[in-house]
Design a protein around this ligand. Structure first.
Ligand SMILES: NC(=O)c1ccc[n+]([C@@H]2O[C@H](COP(=O)([O-])OP(=O)(O)OC[C@H]3O[C@@H](n4cnc5c(N)ncnc54)[C@H](OP(=O)(O)O)[C@@H]3O)[C@@H](O)[C@H]2O)c1
Length: 339
């Protein structure tokens, strides 16, 4: 290994209060350690930027440990092996794993890295989108959490986003009627045009009452599966449209990742509708990801599943790119090009 090679790492140096700001991070440059037996060095080409990272920056118990101050921000990356002391990961092999926003990541024992085949997808970045965590989430959370049946109505919030756009399309494949909620007329156009939603609702500028009205108008027969990515008033409005025995999948609550929790008012609807509300966390499905990969890759390759990726360039742009997830200016799966 070149002793002079430096690794740029986008590190968390202070815990954000509310929306993250530049002073919470620092771009470190560190020398790379020599490889031990079994290890390999991955040159990260792309890093996935996910809303969940905001939670990992807080010092509180969650489904993964908090990012330690001084450590690079944890991220799923895809890259190419450039040095190796592990025969299963030869130089030139593409691989994807839970690493960090950094130029190079060490792979090997105790690290979660999978070899990937760029020819099985349209672009290697698909391993961070439709054939990555958001794809697996859409697939398992909808099909197992929501249990959609043909003819049912599925309401999706955050519907134009990475998870939401896939959920809508998979629900359509299962024969459901789909209603998407997103921010702004341009995103609502994309719901109808690009993701096959049957109806689109722009939540921006609507009071909770107006939102409830809009959902009831779009779903006159009620909602059987409510797929929640956003939370707050949008979830509350959706609860009022549930059908008997509806399933509410709590996949994400992005509206509250930088603020205090919203006091949900309409949970009583779960009682009177005999409805089920269930949280979803992808980590429970890691042993089953092998089931989803070929299905999702096949759908993408055959053009049955449209995947939009928003790629921003440069590790120095990690923060502004990440913040797009919270102001809604991302147009698809948010990805950072590092190499
Ligand atoms: N449970 C799991 O295992 C799991 C795994 C992956 C993702 N998720 C969750 O899935 C959700 C979507 O993630 P993603 O990666 O697909 O992101 P995304 O939807 O591509 O991007 C985030 C979108 O959220 C919307 N948003 C942000 N702040 C909002 C607010 N205050 N009110 C309403 N909408 C807001 C914006 O869309 P608009 O322009 O439409 O407002 C933004 O474009 C997140 O909640 C995430 O945490 C969960």
């Amino acid at each position: 290994m070149s002793p002079n090679r430096l690794n740029r790492r986008f590190a968390l140096v202070r815990r954000p209060e509310g929306m993250p700001v530049a002073a919470d991070f620092q771009l470190l440059e560190e020398p790379l350690p020599p490889l031990a037996d079994g290890q390999f060095l991955l040159r990260n080409h792309y890093a996935s930027l996910d809303p969940a990272m905001r939670g990992w920056m807080d010092d509180r118990p969650s489904y993964v440990p908090p990012i330690q101050l001084g450590d690079p921000v944890r991220a799923l990356t895809v890259g190419m092996v450039v040095e190796s002391r592990n025969p299963d990961y030869p130089v030139g092999q593409w691989a994807c794993g839970m690493n960090a926003i950094e130029d190079y990541s060490l792979g090997g024992p105790g690290r979660f890295t999978n070899c990937v085949d760029p020819d099985a997808v349209l672009s290697v970045t698909n391993y961070l989108s439709a054939v990555g965590t958001v794809g697996f989430t859409a697939y398992f959370a909808l099909l197992e959490g929501g249990e959609p049946k043909a003819g049912e109505t599925v309401l999706v919030t955050g519907a134009a986003g990475a998870v939401g756009s896939l959920v809508g399309q998979i629900a359509k494949m299962k024969g459901c009627r789909t209603i998407g909620i997103a921010g702004g007329p341009a995103k609502c156009d994309r719901l109808l045009r690009d993701y096959g939603y049957d109806a689109a609702i722009d939540y921006r500028g609507k009071s909770p009452e107006e939102l409830t009205e809009a959902i009831r108008a779009a779903a006159p027969d009620g909602v059987d599966v409510h797929f929640e990515n956003v939370g707050g008033e949008i979830l509350d409005a959706g609860l009022l449209a549930l059908n008997q025995r509806a399933r509410v999948v709590i996949c994400g609550l992005i509206s509250q990742y930088n603020s205090d929790p919203y006091p949900t008012r309409n949970l009583w609807q779960l009682i009177v509708k005999g409805a089920r509300m269930q949280g979803f966390i992808l980590t429970h499905y890691v042993p089953r990801i092998g089931e989803a990969i070929p299905v999702l890759a096949d759908w993408v390759k055959q053009g049955k599943l449209r995947v939009d990726e928003h790629i921003e360039e440069g590790i120095e742009n990690a923060l502004p790119a990440f913040l797009r997830l919270f102001d809604g200016t991302n147009q698809g799966k948010m990805i950072l090009k590092i190499a």
